[in-house]
Design a protein around this ligand. Structure first.
Ligand SMILES: Nc1ncnc2c1ncn2[C@@H]1O[C@H](COP(=O)(O)OP(=O)(O)O)[C@@H](O)[C@H]1O
Ligand SMILES: N[C@@H](CCOP(=O)(O)O)C(=O)O
Length: 293
């Protein structure tokens, strides 16, 4: 038996659509696997009632297939599904790390990234790796078709999750098909600024590089109260605010001493818009951890 804690993640970080990701210290899924002749999946925890236990439909089923590692699998969800916090990815990442150990497949953490990404194709139609990479490797990650680079960065964050669901599949439908040269130049400049900020563990620089003129404005329209929550976070001292993943969670980066105030301001703004929400005061953290084997 192997048990793995796989963290929630925030993808895109504004300027790095389908490329940037970050592991969060909390929340997390806990995935337990045991060898079995046939694969079975049991799901408990946050939002378990919305998650299929059929291996064909659950993200971990694709990981079992790719590793040829049938197992009795238990997923204890800490990351709510359809959150923008890499819920579907956390289970796939945890399963990839756990099954690799259970069956002694000997794959490196980097080699497990494309395998876990197969799970994302099951739910969103695209095997994007920007959530599974940080959930497996930890830190700030840059993922391209060439592979993944991970950087340990110490950056305080707040993620505010409203009590509404946005599916990644639906939110990918509003992504524009083209961008102008002006938008491209602005995005490249912001993404590069953010990456330098991560390398320096500088929250102000990371925040300065989060702005994205192409995808985020379209996604923000799907989140009731987004503009007010964003403005409230900036007023409370956030250095940058954007949609987390495909939403509806909203991500703010700030200095440590501002985190509590930023979280309270975001919750108040959602409440003023008539929406219940919860805020996680978190930071960039480590990847999947083996708890027991
Ligand atoms: N192990 C899993 N954990 C979470 N969601 C899963 C899992 N397997 C399948 N799903 C499905 O994936 C969808 C949520 O994924 P997605 O829309 O990408 O949201 P998130 O941003 O939270 O990952 C839901 O329809 C859910 O039923
Ligand atoms: N790059 C993807 C990331 C989706 O993240 P999720 O946490 O919402 O699953 C996208 O923006 O579609």
């Amino acid at each position: 038996m192997v048990t793995v804690r796989a963290p929630a993640t925030s993808a895109n970080l504004g300027s790095g659509f389908d490329v940037f990701g970050a592991a969060l210290t909390r929340p997390a899924d806990v995935v337990t696997v045991e060898k079995a002749a046939e694969t079975t999946i049991e799901v408990t925890g946050v939002g378990a009632q919305y998650i299929p236990e059929d291996p064909e439909k659950n993200t971990v089923g694709a990981v079992v297939e790719a590793l040829d590692a049938p197992a009795r699998i238990h997923i204890d969800k800490g990351v709510r599904p359809a959150s923008g916090l890499g819920s579907s990815a956390a289970s796939a990442a945890g399963a990839a790390v756990a099954l690799n150990r259970l069956y002694d497949r000997g794959l490196s953490r980097s080699e497990l990234v494309p395998i876990a990404a197969e799970g994302e194709a099951v739910v969103s139609g695209v095997a994007h790796s920007d959530n599974v990479a940080p959930s497996i490797l930890g830190g700030f990650t840059v993922t391209t078709s060439e592979g993944t680079h991970a950087v340990d960065a110490s950056i305080p964050l707040v993620v505010c999750l409203p009590d509404v669901a946005v599916s990644t599949r639906d939110a990918r439908r509003v992504v524009p098909e083209t961008a102008s040269m002006e938008e491209l130049v602005e995005t490249v400049g912001n993404a590069a600024t953010l990456a330098v900020g991560m390398c320096r563990s500088d929250p102000d620089l990371v925040g300065a590089g989060m702005s994205d003129p192409v995808v985020t404005p379209e996604r923000a329209r799907l989140i009731t109260g987004y503009d007010d929550v964003r403005a409230a976070a900036f007023d409370a001292g956030a250095a940058g605010v954007t949609v987390s993943g495909a939403g509806p969670a909203i991500l703010a980066v700030c200095r440590d001493e501002r985190r509590r105030g930023v979280a309270a301001a975001m919750l108040d703004a959602f409440s003023d818009a008539g929406i219940d929400a919860r805020a996680y005061q978190t930071r960039i953290g480590r990847g999947s951890t083996v708890l027991e084997e």
